[in-house]
Design a protein around this ligand. Structure first.
Ligand SMILES: *Cc1c(COP(=O)(O)O)cnc(C)c1O
Length: 395
């Protein structure tokens, strides 16, 4: 596949990164083995020294994991990909591979909650400091740069308000100072957004979400040029949070349907967002595909569609929002996203519940806000499910 780099994404998603064994299996083989056998002592020595390429031990590499890495790299347009046990393991590996005591990160202030905790409470203890700035304000990113800044880290669109960061612009600001830009591409996946093409140096994934797409396994990945992924691989090989072969195999199957799933989920999201925007009990809708989104134009330039996350504020506060949640029979009440099954969450009392009310208000997450991660059910059924609660709250 590597000699045919111009295959389209749906082809790559099904065909990239498979090496058949002598058995000629059609589906990717699942190699459940923790270690690999050598032909003789000399080969063992060559494999351990790195003089000869090949598998040694599954903490270092495993063929099924390699298939997944090659397939995802092909989709992201990356030279290389290193798979990790989870999305958080990918972010940790990226940071510990490229940063050291005294270094500084500038990060978006609307990152995934565990990423904020990782930067604020764990990396901070190793002497790596983080300054959080507004996702949408390039001047704030430039102003936060210090002589020791090594990394810009962002996630776009953000969760739950779908704020868009201008990847190309932030890449220019970072590169002018020799800073790396890493983008968490979880919400869009390479089907809707290719951060490396826009100038990012590294892409990270929580494969747990859309790449699996059916809520089965945890996984993560770091994609980019080999000169930057090499150290991530060295960190993983030593520190250990590698992807399991079984999870890699599930994720390979997930990638095969990624494009049709995401396009269908995004199309349903656009319809649901338009319906919500016209609803008398809804105060505001956050969806990059709507013309009313403050960064709709940037979203159109940077993403292939608005994605599959729709957030909206009901008229009222927590009681009204909870009424909508509690009358759902179809939508699952869970904070997970990227699943074939649509999920609904009330950020102020769940994912963002531990933040102070003042900080939450400053971040624009109010008590009436709900986030829907749209799955593969019929839009009409999703609307009917939401309508049951919406009809009960005061107009
Ligand atoms: C879920 C998520 C993560 C963390 O991934 P895990 O696989 O749960 O460790 C990171 N970033 C974003 C945007 C996520 O949604």
């Amino acid at each position: 596949m590597s000699e045919q780099p111009d295959y389209r994404p749906e082809t790559l998603a099904v065909r990239a990164g498979q090496e058949r064994s002598p058995f000629g299996e059609h589906s990717e083989a699942l190699y459940l083995t923790s270690s690999f056998v050598f032909e003789n002592a000399a080969q063992a020595a060559r494999r351990f020294s790195g003089e000869e390429e090949g598998n040694v031990y599954a903490r270092f590499s495993n063929p099924t994991v390699t298939f997944f890495e090659e397939r995802l790299a092909a989709l992201e347009g990356a030279e290389d990909c290193v798979a990790t046990a989870s999305g958080m393991a990918a972010i940790m590996a990226l940071c510990l591979a490229h940063l050291k005591q005294g270094d500084h990160i500038v990060a978006s202030n609307s990152l995934f909650g565990a990423t904020v905790q990782l930067f604020s409470n764990i990396l901070s203890r190793t002497g790596i400091a983080t300054t959080f700035v507004a996702q949408t304000d390039p001047a704030a990113w430039a102003a936060a740069i210090r002589p020791e800044t090594r990394l810009f880290f962002l996630e776009t669109p953000s969760n739950p308000l779908t704020e868009i960061a201008d990847i190309a612009r932030l890449a220019d600001i970072a590169h002018a100072q020799g800073i790396l830009l890493a983008v968490d591409n979880c919400f869009c996946t390479p089907i809707l957004q290719k951060p490396l093409e826009l100038g990012a140096d590294l892409v990270i994934h929580s494969a747990t979400k859309y790449l699996d797409g059916q809520g089965r396994v945890l996984g993560g990945a770091v994609c980019g040029p080999r000169k930057l992924t090499e150290d991530v691989f060295k960190y993983l090989r030593t520190a250990g949070p590698t992807l399991s072969a079984f999870n890699a195999w599930v994720l390979l199957k997930g990638l095969e349907t990624l494009k049709i799933r995401l396009e269908a989920q995004a199309a349903s999201s656009a319809r649901l967002a338009a319906w919500l925007e016209a609803h008398p009990r809804v105060a505001r809708v956050f969806y990059p595909g709507l013309a009313s989104h403050p960064q709709h134009e940037l979203a159109c330039r940077q993403q292939r569609s608005g994605g599959a996350i729709v957030s909206f504020e009901v008229k009222g506060g927590r009681a009204e929002a909870w009424t909508v949640v509690d009358h759902c029979r179809l939508l699952s009440i869970t904070a997970n996203l990227g699943d074939a099954k649509t999920t609904i969450t009330h950020p102020a009392s769940t994912t963002h519940g531990r933040i102070s009310p003042e900080a939450r208000a400053a971040a624009g997450i109010n008590e009436g806000l709900l986030r829907v991660a749209v799955g593969l059910e019929a839009v009409e059924d999703l609307q009917a499910d939401l309508e049951r609660g919406l009809a009960l709250i005061g107009a």
